[in-house]
Write a protein of this length. Sequence first.
Length: 94
Amino acid sequence: MSEKPSWMQDEEKRADELANSPQTTNAAAPRLVKVTREPPRRQKPFYLSEPYIKTFEQLCFDQKNTPGGKKSTHLGEEALNLLFEKYGYKLKQQ
């Protein structure tokens, strides 16, 4: 059984179609702008030795100063993805 009633799915489909069309029924009305946000995160403490911490901080600093560089959270997730791939784990989606 679907999560939403059929009438609600129809309304969402119609709203998406209207949002993607250049012409509106009321041109003076404000248009809905969908904001894309990063997924929620939480802290997970890791105990690392000093050389690993310094090297990671240097990597984060270098990426921060590079145009289009990644943030530390993205670098950490990338490192975890490599570990998951190496040991054969799949990322659990919410």
